[in-house]
Design a binder for this molecule. Structure first.
Ligand SMILES: CC(C)=CCC/C(C)=C/CC/C(C)=C/COP(=O)(O)OP(=O)(O)O
Length: 571
């Protein structure tokens, strides 16, 4: 599951989960439903929330056990993150937040408690387990997949908590021989785990498609199902046309298989190229052409990845150097308390790469998510973060009041993009891990589409109890408008307009957020009215790059630049 994947990736993951959900629902018989006291409600997919929470928690347990058994020992933070990933997925599937946990310690308590309740209350029985097992085993598939599915069931079962394992025995594990095979499988997995981890999940799926062509239509149709569903509104996430074929005539799932958290891994790419060659081999002449050019295609992929590997290593070293000079130099680095970011240059970037302006905005949105990652990345390992030496407040200016005047196509595209990004924010594990309270500031709400407004309300609501860090997103924001609103509010309250009273009415002050200490802006050297009142003492840091080109080093450089400035506040 993508920790910081793109919002599109998260939409896909959620829709995928919901799609599987529907199928599992299909395997639950009327009898089981009555026995479990499940409501007959189709919208609920036949699951009571308790059972959904139980499934999410079992998966959480299995993932953590898998990592610990076959991979490396996990830190508390890593475990917290896994718990949160499933919590976010559970929330997207409609499990009430109160039934899920945000830390590993709470997860253990809650999981054991849930198991106790399931044991003593209604019998969860092996029926559900056996029905799922039967439907998985009996589904029509090629022998390779059949074997893999059995192996996955065996390994998966070995990862369950002891008390669940002995209660819900799988049919395929009844014989001594099967249990010996299970033991062997686990031992083999332990040996090959480090190599397996080099191929991400999408690479594995690609490998399966290479080995077993009958699976291709299944992936195509399930991806169509994924693309056709948006978890909150049950409507298409991507236009249907995108789900069929790419411009080169290959199925759309190729693009999906070739994507990854940041860049697809090398082995994944080799597998994608192999699958492409197979897919192109639809006639004698095409087969010959595809396989003759195959070595060249692979050589090109190797060269591309070698270049990226050098580039990435250099970047990593540089950011590590910056990081250590900032955070580990022995003295406490001086940090801005509140950083305000003006993202500028998306359209120019799109023009530079010869793409539609919305592609520039999409790249810009990806950079905004990366900034969130960089902001949180250097924090100490804690959910109850309280260190005074790190920027606690971050404000990103996403949409200005002037942006309403852009052409309808761009404006509507931006609205759709912001809706997807903000929705994704609500289900981003690091937001919950660091207890980031998200709030939106700005005016002219009536000019935004209802879906965007609902999404903003939902994000604010989901994070309303958090107080670790604060993320403000300015939408429909204009500096003059903010001052005007403050004055109008004072007049309406019949108060005197003084420096002090006006200072209490700004968007930040109303939320208890301190004035901005550092403004970071890309590509231009002006502040365009950003927090007109609350930036009197703000330091400015301009970056001569377009917003989508921003890197982690630029972010660290901004922090370092602030830490070296002498700030006397006029004294
Ligand atoms: C999560 C989150 C905060 C998402 C925000 C989505 C996003 C990237 C909004 C930026 C929109 C915008 C008007 C950027 C300025 O570039 P420009 O269009 O003015 O480019 P130009 O200066 O080249 O014309």
């Amino acid at each position: 599951m993508a920790l910081n994947g793109s919002s599109e990736e998260k939409e896909q993951t959620a829709s995928w989960l919901r799609w599987m959900h529907r199928h599992i629902h299909g395997s639950i018989t009327e009898e089981t439903r009555t026995e479990l006291g499940m409501p007959d409600d189709v919208d609920n997919y036949g699951y009571i929330d308790e059972l959904k929470a139980y499934i999410m928690q079992t998966l959480t347990w299995a993932t953590i056990s898998f990592q610990e058994r076959f991979g490396k020992k996990l830190s508390t933070r890593a475990k917290d993150t896994i718990v949160l990933e499933y919590t976010c997925a559970g929330m997207r599937l409609g499990v009430p937040q109160s039934m899920l946990t945000t830390t590993y310690v709470d997860f253990l308590i809650s999981f054991n408690h849930r198991l106790d309740r399931l044991d003593s209350g209604y019998e969860l029985t092996g029926t559900v387990v056996h029905n799922v097992e039967a439907s998985v085993i009996s589904a029509k598939k090629h022998w390779i997949t059949g074997l893999l599915v059995r192996a996955a069931l065996m390994v998966g079962h070995s990862l369950l908590p002891e008390r669940v394992k002995c209660k819900y025995q799988l049919n395929i594990l009844k014989t001594r021989m099967a249990r010996a095979i299970q033991w062997l499988l686990c031992a083999t997995l332990w040996l090959v785990y480090p190599f397996l981890m080099l191929i991400p999940l999408r690479g594995m799926m690609c490998l399966l498609l290479v080995l077993e062509p009958p699976l291709r239509p299944i992936l195509r149709s399930s991806l169509q199902a994924i693309h056709c569903m948006d978890i909150l509104h049950d409507k298409p996430v991507l236009p249907k046309s995108k789900a069929s074929e790419t411009s080169s005539g290959l199925p759309y799932y190729i693009l999906w298989l070739a994507s990854g958290k940041q860049r697809a891994s090398f082995l994944q790419m080799v597998l994608v190229r192999t699958l492409e060659a197979q897919l192109r081999s639809d006639s004698w002449a095409n087969t010959l052409r595809a396989w003759l050019t195959y070595p060249l295609v692979i050589a090109e992929t190797c060269a591309e990845y070698a270049f990226h590997a050098v580039d990435d290593t250099a970047r990593l070293w540089r950011s590590q150097l910056y990081e250590s000079s900032l955070f580990h130099s022995g003295r406490e680095a001086k940090m801005p308390v509140h950083i305000g970011i003006i993202m500028d240059g998306n359209r120019r970037y799109a023009r530079q790469i010869g793409e539609h302006v919305l592609v520039g905005h999409a790249k810009g949105a990806a950079t905004a998510s990366k900034v969130l990652e960089w902001w949180l990345k250097y924090l100490p390992n804690t959910v109850n973060y309280a260190s005074p030496v790190y920027p606690k407040y971050l404000t990103c200016w996403a949409f200005s009041s002037e942006n309403f005047e852009r052409v309808a196509e761009e404006r509507d595209g931006l609205f759709a993009m912001m809706t997807a990004e903000f929705k994704s924010l609500a289900f981003t594990s690091i937001v919950h891990l660091f207890r980031v309270r998200v709030r939106f500031i700005g005016g002219e709400r009536h000019r935004f589409p209802q879906e965007l407004l609902d999404t903003m309300d939902m994000v604010e609501e989901i994070t309303s109890s958090y107080d670790g860090l604060f993320l403000q997103i300015a939408v429909g924001y204009g500096g003059r408008r903010e001052v005007l609103d403050a004055v109008r509010s004072l007049v309406a309250q019949g108060k005197d307009i003084t420096e002090q009273s006006l200072g209490m009415e700004t968007y930040c002050a109303q939320r208890g957020i301190p004035p901005v200490s550092l403004i970071v802006r890309t590509s231009e050297r002006r502040t365009s009215g950003f927090f007109l009142w609350d930036t009197q003492a703000a330091e400015l840091h301009f970056i001569d790059k377009l917003w989508p080109q921003l890197t982690e080093i630029d972010w660290l450089r901004a922090l370092r630049s602030f830490s070296t400035r002498e700030i006397r506040g006029g004294k």
